[in-house]
Design a protein around this ligand. Structure first.
Ligand code: SAM
Length: 199
């Protein structure tokens, strides 16, 4: 990406993405990736770990894919729970457009993708799935998580996947210090899966 980060608002990358078939729970989904959007190579290992190990999403209610990239987590949520209202947010315009495109291509009318600053402020979430943007910096990451976790419903649960090398354990400590119940529920290929709730 020529030094450009995947969390630019308007990426200038001209690298090509790819189209691939993704087998999710026995269903074949066809999705596009793009240059300047995470993950251009396809399904990220950490993202796949979250999808494999997180609890089944609620049948009804509202979900959030925080930092959607091309939409992997929103697509998994929406496929597993067709009546769940799934919001996908990102700061990257190309990511938001690609998530909308991938949702439409796979007939997932329950996904709405928006830029993070366009998310209606009154919406709260029963479940949040995120492979959060660790590379934005520690303070920015803390601010991001504080903002969106505060919108969990009373019994809402957030599932976060974080690389151990990028600070999963210190993030777990910080979340606990902020009053969240934060459990490490699994570890695979250097990724930690965290379950975060109010109680
Ligand atoms: C590690 S990627 C995960 C992408 C996708 N969810 C996946 O699992 O493949 C993190 C994403 O967070 C986005 N992001 C960065 N800063 C953000 C912010 N302040 N608000 C929302 N999304 C942000 C990035 O643009 C990127 O798409």
């Amino acid at each position: 990406m020529n030094g450009e980060q995947y969390f630019e608002r308007s990426p200038s990358s001209t690298e090509s993405g790819k189209t691939f078939d993704w087998n999710l729970d026995g269903r074949t989904l066809r999705v596009d990736t793009a240059g300047g959007v995470f993950s251009r190579r396809g399904l990220d290992d950490g993202t796949e770990f979250l999808i494999d190990r997180a609890a089944t999403p609620p049948i009804h209610g509202v979900a959030l894919d925080l930092g959607c990239g091309w939409g992997a987590l929103a697509i998994a949520l929406a496929t597993r729970a067709p009546e769940l209202r799934v919001w996908a947010v990102d700061v990257n315009e190309r990511a938001v457009a690609l998530t909308e495109q991938n949702a439409a291509r796979n007939g997932l009318g329950n996904i709405t993708a928006v830029l993070a600053d366009q998310m209606p402020s009154e919406v709260t979430f029963d479940v949040i799935w995120s492979n959060p943007p660790i590379r934005i910096g520690k303070q920015q990451l803390h601010d991001l998580l504080a903002t969106w976790l505060s919108r969990l419903s009373v019994r809402g649960v957030a599932w976060l996947v974080v690389s151990r090398h990028l600070g999963a354990d210190s993030l777990t400590t910080w979340l606990a210090e902020q009053g969240w119940i934060c459990e490490r529920v699994g570890s695979r290929h250097g990724y930690r899966l965290l379950r975060v709730s109010r109680s």
